[in-house]
Write a protein that binds this ligand. Structure first.
Ligand code: HPA
Length: 248
């Protein structure tokens, strides 16, 4: 079963033939939303709205552990995370789709691991390549089949939010090697790795990051929605292709 974690703007999948909804419970509390199950291109899909139905959870309020645990518990074999981002590098302009291959984590105060608490052994996971290689490749292939241009590779910088960054923070992230910036990629990706859940990200650039391009003076939030919507139409096509590949 394929899971989609939908970010800002992607609270549903249009062509998903919904079969049922299920409220999920985990040892870590309740996930962001009930799971929506459905058929897409002949494959069973489960969809989770990262910010909750109605977009009520800020990035730092999301129960990432519950979301990832619930997907593992449901027997999911592949997770495609859809994340809206700000673009930092020249090839990351608004509307661009990117499948990043690296992460730098600037978040703090989030529950970053399943392995904590009294009596729990310390566990270190390998995170050299934070995204699952096969899932990334499948995403890139699906984009190709869907005729959508996607950037292969990028360094996703995870900031804490919910505010956007200052221009100096983006300049620092750029010096660090970050090429795109968002608020929800971590600890989602590392929690997925802790549970050996194949996980990759399809990022949609909603705006130039602070201080870049037409965001030199400010980020105009009103402009973001239309750009995101256009990008998410492409995302839906790519996901449909991924589903039909799995069905074949
Ligand atoms: N910064 C952080 N997260 C984001 C941005 C941004 O500029 N745009 C969309 N998500």
């Amino acid at each position: 079963m394929l899971a989609i974690i939908g970010g800002s703007g992607l609270s549903n999948l249009e062509n998903l033939h919904i079969t049922r909804r299920q409220v999920l419970r985990t040892p870590y509390g309740e996930p962001s939303s009930p799971a929506t199950f459905g058929q897409l291109g002949g494959v069973e899909i489960v969809f989770l709205a990262r910010h909750g139905n109605g977009h009520t959870l800020a990035p730092h309020e999301i129960n990432y552990r519950a979301n990832i645990w619930a997907l593992k518990d449901l027997g999911v074999k592949e997770v495609i995370a859809v994340n809206s981002v700000g673009g930092i590098s020249a090839n990351a302009g608004p509307g661009q789709l990117i499948v990043p291959d690296q992460i730098i984590d600037y978040t703090h105060g989030r529950r970053h691991t399943f392995h904590e608490g009294a009596g729990q052994p310390v566990v270190h996971i390998d995170f050299t390549w934070p995204f699952d290689r096969a899932t990334r490749e499948a995403l890139l292939e699906s984009a190709d089949a869907a005729g959508q241009s996607v950037e292969d590779g990028g360094v996703y910088a995870a900031t804490n939010g919910p505010r956007l960054e200052s221009a100096a923070e983006i300049a620092r992230i750029e010096r660090d090697g970050g090429t795109l910036v968002g608020m929800t990629g971590m600890p989602e990706a590392s929690l997925a790795r802790e549970l050996s859940l194949p996980y990759a990200m399809l990022a949609v650039v909603a705006n130039w990051a602070a201080g870049k391009g037409d965001s030199a003076q400010q980020i105009v939030l009103e402009d973001i929605v239309a750009i995101l919507d256009a990008g998410l139409i492409k995302v839906r096509r790519i996901i449909e292709h991924r589903a039909s590949r799995l069905a074949a």
